[in-house]
Structures are given as structure tokens and as C-alpha cells.
Design a protein around this ligand. Sequence first.
Ligand code: 3PY
Ligand code: MG
Length: 268
Amino acid sequence: MVDTVNYFKKRLKLQQQFGLWIGLADADGYCAEIAANAGYDWLLVDGEHAPNNVRTILTQLQSIAPYPSQPIVRPVVGDVALIKQLLDIGAQTLLIPMIETADQAELMVKATRYPPEGIRGVGAVLARASRWSNIPNYIHVADQEICVLLQIESKKGLENLDEILNVAGVDGIFIGPADLSAELGHRGNPGHEDVQKVIVEMIEKIHKANKAVGIFTADEALIRKYIELGVEFIGIGVDTCLLMDAMKQLITKFKTVTPVLKTSNGYN
Ligand code: 3PY
Ligand code: MG
């Protein structure tokens, strides 16, 4: 019998959860399965900045499924039709980027719920979400296991944060420090004190509204700061970066890396 409980959602208010960004986007799900064995509470399958599509996301969900790590899927954009496809392949937790208004937030929640509450198209009978109709009553139990996480990462999103927080069905707000710091004039420097001030204020506000907060940073001092601030889900690394770091560390033990360029610009 398939366990339909969304453990990420269940744990959201009970404990801090640490996650890893999955950007390798391997179509066979092999790298995602390695990550699923590493002990992270959640794994973010990134369809925004990694070359994923519905099919490669599906494969990665299948690879992660046997393990305790919980998958979160980030679509490239908050699109109702794309959300329908992601839910039908079995995603239960979505992290939707670039949310800026309460109207957008409402639409995202509706996209994840069946009518009459929402507008999710009914058809999972033929899809993995219902395990091809093997989950009894899927249509009746699906909504309650969906977890909607919205990314606020622009000045406009920041301006509308209060209204967005009032939208029912939003389980958590994820602060996107990369985009936010760029918007605030500190591109590439989310640790800048001005950006940090805004982030701390956002965390307090989101907690006051009784919603969970998520954030990403690979900076250990900032991770510890966010732990202290009670951030519920913290992304602390990216598979592509970890791989690159480990590869560089190994080679630099034995030689100074001087890339051999095949052409003058090195691109082909
Ligand atoms: C951002 O920082 O902008 C993200 O989207 C992810 O951390
Ligand atoms: Mg972003």
C-alpha cells in the first residue's frame, strides 16, 4: 500500500529540516538517488535553474521515493498547467518561484486543489500521483497532502508580503536570497548587512503570520544564524557545487589547474 503522507509538510512545524538543491538534472535519476542516501530531510528538484523537464523530474521523484528524504519540486514558473503535470507525476510539495502578489499566490494554491475549492484538472486516475488508481480515494485525500511554498525574491513581492501571507493554503514562504540581494542592489552578496536586515524582518513577519519560512545559503555562519532564527527549512548546499568543489579539491592537491583551451575562447 502506498504511503500518501507528505512527511515534509507534516514535519514543517515540528522540526527544522535541512535540504539539498538537486541541480544535476540527470535524466536517469541516478544522482538524485545518491543524494537521497545522504541523509537530507528534503531534496529540491530544480526545474527553474537546472535543465529539467516533466519527464526528468518524474525520474528523480521515482529515485527518491524509496528513501526518507522528501522531494520538493520547483517549476520554472508558477504556471497552472505545469503545476497540474507536476502534481500528476506525484509531486506533493511545490516551491514556486517569483511570486509577487496575493492574486498570484491565490492562483497557485487553487492550481493545487481540486474543484470546487481549486482548479486542478481531474485526471490523476491515469497518473503516478494516484499510483494509477491504486490509491483508494486519491481524489478525496490529495488536497490535504499538498504543500505550497512560495518564493518571495523581489521588491514587489516584498511590498506585497503582508497580503501574500493572508492567502489561505500557503504553507510556507521561501526567501530567495540570490534574487532578492540582486534586486536590493547587492548582486552576489546576500550576506550584505542591508540584505540581511531585510531577510531578518521577513522571517519575523512570516513567523508572526504563522507560516513556515525557508531559505537557502551555503555559508556556514548564515546557516547557523538562520537556525537560531527558527527558519523551518534551510537549503544548505547544491549537488553541482559540491561535486565541483570536491573535484577541484582533489586535483589541486596534486597540480595547479591550468585548463587546456581547445580554441582561443575555450568554448568549442
Ligand atoms: C534565490 O536565492 O533567488 C533562489 O531562488 C534560491 O535560493
Ligand atoms: Mg531565485
